[in-house]
Design a binder for this molecule. Structure first.
Ligand code: MOS
Length: 754
């Protein structure tokens, strides 16, 4: 019956919440009406390392409308220190006098109005005992350590890579670097807290309803059952709202002290230091091949910046080691502690920076070999995970390259760097592999069906702009034989059954499978009651042969019973089921863990039977002005094969947005760091560059059809993150083709090409 759940898949479906969004009906967290709120404003540290020695609050307290000021002295002991995105220690906030990084929350000012809170916050005088901070790589005092590995996260290794590298006839040995990048979702990192006796309700945009609930309960020493999180719509997340941060508990404490709702809408520049970001990375990549192009050795060592107490890292070597057939592999990852806020997830966290290194390196190797870069990928393509010998659940990498190359016109490329020119413009073509592991988690849902053929599904899912309400509705409509418009979907409330964090591109697969299971349970109940009813038309029939289709229970011989009869037989009002789905390979208690905010995940790289990835190919044309070296990207072509596509309309948006971000990641985005003060310089949307329409004139996304019965029953691989991966390398490769200059440090700017 999984087939029925998927029967509407692949047909473009407009968002069921589209009208609500464009008419302003959709309530984002800070839009939720609360009675008589007070307003909070954050005071953040002006130093990057040291201690607070005192605070002078008199001027702030004199501001009319001032209600409360939370500091380490007044409330510091009321919350346990938070955990970081990896659930391990991270920087603290108001718990002590310690300042771990620039822009750390050190006080929360609450007033009757936003303006009064802001004015009072600016009047708080803080005295510090500053110490010299370490900003990033190479800063004095930055401490490197080898990342800790475990059963779940190992450094892929095989054969004798150094010996094979030394012996091979063709090799490249190069270092690459990617910059700090910061999230700038339209919706800021807001929090509103309301108490009702011992019960706390939190309105906050989040990718993890139950994770946030559990994290706040733990920090405040509360029963999780007394905490409710509500986040019906999220205005951009991309990982930035995927972990609980420490601001939430201080707003909860402020509301408890005042016995009044408190609302916080932090500023854009505060978002750079109170939320997570993509850390800068470095790579040492060594690739060796025989003259026929067959890889002989891959050695990839990475370095990633993190905060002092956290060892958060992304370790994309787990992906780069798996891309191509290679008999000798060695990998290693180092974390470098500096006086910075703890980094976190950003769209394809490991794959985006690490694949920049690998896919730049593959292009360099192709050039060394005098070989077309697509041919080099073809020669080293494999259906077997080179690290542990498992089959890929499916892998359509070369189909993606072929489809994208044809559309792009790769055949017209003159391979010689600098050979293609159009008037004053140097023309470059570049390409790279894209990929993302296919993850799926346990999930729960409640589904009801009325005799009139209307269904309601409830689950604590997350609409982070991906179209999540719609993919669930499409699945339920398919599973129950109804129209998408007959389905109501409720998500974004921790009072609903739990689903995993909307991260790691697992959301579509996890929610579709639990929705499909709920539909099947309803079908079974209706079918069983129908065949047991001696007066009914299905008396004595095989219940497994009855299907829900076109608003009726139908037999294989075409007999049909309207839902009014079929549902009416088993329920007075509506037939309701509550189901939990645990994907194969996960422990049976994985569903129980969900309720405690624990997210067991079947990871594409951690399975016993197969390695599961989606693949794609990124192509880009760059034009570089011969005199000014202005860089343009007139067109990009991307092809992806991600198994079953639930909704091509929203999938297109995901792919397209990812590909554009990939160009941005190559040419525009970087957070500049003041090396003396360890502070972010361009912490605003005027100076932090993001792409606009004029930056990419033409864009094509190709859906390469792919059926994968091994990845999961519905064949869904997930598409949220793959769109960005590899595009930064494709741009760098195109820049090399246009100019003969190999830029190994992102972002690529005019000054690098002069
Ligand atoms: Mo995604 S960066 O796993 O939210």
């Amino acid at each position: 019956m999984a087939d029925d759940a998927g029967r509407l898949y692949g047909k473009p479906e407009v968002r069921i919440d589209g009208a609500a969004k464009v008419t302003g009906q959709a309530r984002y967290a800070s839009d939720e009406p609360v009675a008589n709120p007070a307003y909070a404003y954050l005071v953040t540290s002006a130093i990057s390392r040291g201690h607070i020695t005192g605070m002078d609050l008199a001027a702030a307290e004199a501001v009319p409308g001032l209600l409360d000021i939370l500091t380490h002295e007044t409330v510091g002991k009321e919350a346990k220190p938070p955990v970081g995105p990896d659930q391990k220690p991270t920087t603290t906030t108001l718990e002590t006098t310690q300042v771990w990084h620039d822009g750390q929350i050190i006080a929360v000012v609450v007033a009757d109005s936003f303006e009064a809170a802001r004015e009072a916050a600016h009047r708080v005088v803080v005295h510090y005992a500053p110490e010299t901070p370490s900003a990033t790589f190479d800063s004095p005092g930055a401490e490197a350590e080898v990342r800790k590995t475990d059963e779940q996260h190992k450094d892929p290794a095989k054969g004798d890579a150094p010996a094979a590298f030394a012996a091979a006839p063709v090799k490249i040995d190069a270092r690459y670097e990617t910059p700090t990048q910061h999230h700038n979702p339209l919706e800021l990192f807001t929090t509103t807290c309301v108490w009702d006796g011992p019960k706390l309700t939190i309105y906050e945009p989040t990718q993890t309803m139950y994770g946030l609930k559990a994290a706040v309960a733990k920090q405040l020493g509360m029963e999780p059952a007394d905490v409710r999180t509500i986040s019906r719509y999220v205005g951009g997340a991309f990982g930035s709202k995927g972990a609980a941060t420490s601001r939430t508990v201080w707003i909860a404490i402020a509301a408890r002290r005042l016995k009044r709702a408190v609302k916080l809408v932090p500023t854009r520049d505060q978002a750079f230091t109170i939320a997570t970001y993509r850390a800068e990375t470095r790579h040492h990549l060594q690739l060796a091949a025989n003259r026929d192009g067959k890889l002989q050795a891959l050695i990839h060592e990475g370095w990633e910046v993190t905060s002092r107490p956290s060892s958060y890292n992304v370790s994309g070597t787990e992906t780069t080691a798996r891309m191509y057939a290679c008999p000798n592999i060695a990998t290693k990852v180092n974390v470098v502690h500096a006086d910075r806020n703890t980094p976190g997830f950003m769209r394809a966290p490991p794959d985006t920076p690490y694949m920049f290194a690998l896919e730049s390196g593959m292009d360099e190797l192709a050039h060394e070999l005098g070989m077309d870069p697509i041919e080099l990928r073809r020669i080293n393509d494999t259906q077997t995970d080179p690290v542990d010998g498992k089959p890929f659940s499916s892998r359509s990498l070369m189909k993606c390259f072929d489809a994208a190359a044809a559309k792009f016109g790769w055949a017209k490329r003159d391979p010689k760097p600098g050979a293609m020119r159009d008037g004053d413009w140097l023309v470059g073509y570049g390409c790279a592999t894209s990929c993302y592991p296919s993850n799926i988690g346990p999930a729960a849902a409640r589904l009801s069906l009325t005799p009139r053929g209307k269904a309601v599904i409830q689950l604590a899912g997350h609409e982070i702009g991906t179209g999540a309400y719609t993919t669930v509705a499409i699945t339920v409509a398919g599973g129950l034989g109804l129209k998408v418009t007959d389905i109501q979907v409720f998500m974004g409330d921790s009072n609903l059954p739990p689903v995993p964090v909307a991260g790691g591109s697992n959301n579509a697969a996890s929610t579709a499978h639990v929705a499909a299971k709920a539909c099947e349970e309803i079908r079974q109940k209706l079918a069983l009651a129908a065949v047991q009813n001696n007066a009914g038309i299905f008396a004595g029939a095989d219940p497994s042969k009855l299907r829900l289709t076109d608003g009726a229970l139908a037999g294989p011989d075409g007999r049909r019973e309207p839902l009014e009869t079929a549902v009416g037989r088993v329920a007075g009002g509506a037939l309701e089921v509550h189901v939990e789905n645990v994907p194969e390979g996960l422990p049976p208690d994985a569903a129980a863990g969900l309720y405690q905010g624990k997210m067991a995940m079947s990871r594409g790289t951690g399975r016993k039977d197969v390695t599961a990835y989606a693949f794609g190919a990124q192509f880009v044309e760059v034009r570089i002005h011969a005199l000014t070296r202005e860089i343009r990207t007139p067109r990009i072509v991307s092809a992806f094969a991600s198994g079953t596509i639930v909704n091509p309309l929203t999938a297109y948006s995901q792919y397209m947005g990812g590909a554009i971000w990939g160009v941005s990641s190559a040419l525009h985005e970087a957070t500049e760091i003041d090396l003396r003060e360890a502070r972010y310089v361009n912490d605003n949307l005027a100076d932090y560059l993001v792409p606009v329409n004029a930056d990419i004139d033409h864009l094509d996304v190709i859906f390469v059809p792919e059926e994968d019965s091994r990845v999961n029953p519905l064949g869904i691989k997930g598409i949220g993150e793959i769109g960005i991966v590899g595009m930064n390398a494709a741009v760098a490769n195109a820049v090399f083709h246009a100019t003969g200059k190999r830029i190994r440090k992102l972002p690529i700017r005019i000054e690098h090409l002069l």
